[in-house]
Every structure is written in structure tokens, then in C-alpha cells.
Design a protein around this ligand. Sequence first.
Ligand code: SAH
Length: 246
Amino acid sequence: MKRIDVIGFGPGNYDYMTIEAVQALKEADVIVGYSTYVELLKKIFTEKKYLNTPMTREVERCRMALEEAVKGQRVALVSSGDSGIYGMAGIMLQVVQAAAAEVEVHIIVGVTAASSGAAMLGAPLMNDFAVISLSDLMTPYEQIMKRVRCAAEGDFVLCLYNPKSRKRQEHLAEAVDVIRRYRPEETPVGLVHKAGRADGFCEITTLDGLKSADVDMFTTVIIGNSMTYVRDGKMITPRGYSLEEV
Ligand code: SAH
């Protein structure tokens, strides 16, 4: 059976890839992805054929993957983090279904930025949390801000993906204004920058500090709920265990 593996390769370095992802990448004849990710993977899987497209060409990238699979090539289509979270899994399935192609699509799970980022910060996602992308390329801006407001009102920890880009500088500050209606300015905020990469780091600030923080499209922002605190450099959202119990 002709086959495409849609692979989330985690935040970037080899250690964060699952064994299944590494296996599928090793078995692939051709690896298809967004140019930046292809450059990362070329350093690890040196002998492969690579095909890439720029960032906004997702449908084209999937058609390219399908074409290769139809030719009989074993294809790995890659996304950072998890391919099923703002990644390529959904559109790849849609493209194969629309073409009624006899190609099996396997979705191979990866470590998403929320998980790798949380691990660097401490344990900020121990209770209910909401993941929201601030990019309005696919979702209307009003809907994004409604979701931010509802999550803030519901006391969810908020995990923001795509917080800022060159063209989209204001969304984060506007989201902070919305969240401030429900949470105090000293609410802990974790910033994770390029998790899993050589130049990656994290820092902890507050909701007040977030507006002036250095944030870009390689940052994940985790905003604590009403219980979240910082101790000994770790951001912790308690789940409710009692330390008094034996
Ligand atoms: N599929 C990816 C998310 C893609 S959306 C995943 O599951 O992680 C792109 C956003 O993800 C970025 O703007 C950033 O907010 C976050 N992100 C992706 N890789 C990251 C990394 N290495 N470190 C921190 N944030 C990252």
C-alpha cells in the first residue's frame, strides 16, 4: 500500500523525537516540509531526498507529498511539534480524501510546544489549560479574542502559540488587555523560546511584564491561572494535592 507518514518531530532536536518518528524518517524515501524544518532534519538524516516549500504553501506541500506517494515513494511529511496541533495532519488527510487516492496516511505523534515548554518552566500545565493560536491567518481575529476572553474567565491556564510575528505585533498586547480583566498583573507568565534548539531558553515574567517582553514567532507563552505561583525558579500550577497527607 502506498503510504505517507505525517510526522511531528518535536521542538527541534533529536532527543525530543519519538522512536516512532525517527523510525519513520529512516524508512522514508523522501522527506517533505517547510524549508526551515527541512534544514534542521538534513543535519540528522543526511542521505534522504528532500522537497520543501515556503511557509504559507501548505496545500501545495501536501499535493507534492501525494504525488511522490502515488509514484510509489515512501513519503514523510514533517511538522514541528505535533503534526496534529496547528500542523500538517488535517490538511494532508483532506488532500488525500479529496483526491480519492489509494494512499494510506499515518499520523505519527510528536511532542508539542506546550509540553516541551512546560517541562522547561516547571509544571505550569498541571490543571486545565487552553491552547490558543494568536495567528489570524486561518481564524478570524474576533474569534481568537473571544476564545482568549472565555479561557481567561474560565480560569484556564493559557498557552499561546504564534504570539507575534513581524506582521502581527499587536495581538499579544490586546490579548493581555483582555486577560487583565480577569487576572491580576502579577500573574506568572512563562516564555519559552526555541525549546529544544541550541539557542533555546525560557524565562518567567508576569502578565504586566509580558507586554514589553521579547516575544516572537519562536516563542510559546504560558499564562498561569489564579493558583499558579513561582518558587525557586519553577512555575507551578498546583493540582490540589495536600502536602499534609501521609
Ligand atoms: N505543530 C507545532 C505548533 C506549530 S504553530 C507544535 O505542536 O508545537 C507554531 C508555534 O508553535 C510558534 O509560533 C510557537 O508559539 C510554537 N513553537 C513551535 N516550536 C517551538 C519551539 N521549539 N519553542 C517554543 N515554541 C515553539
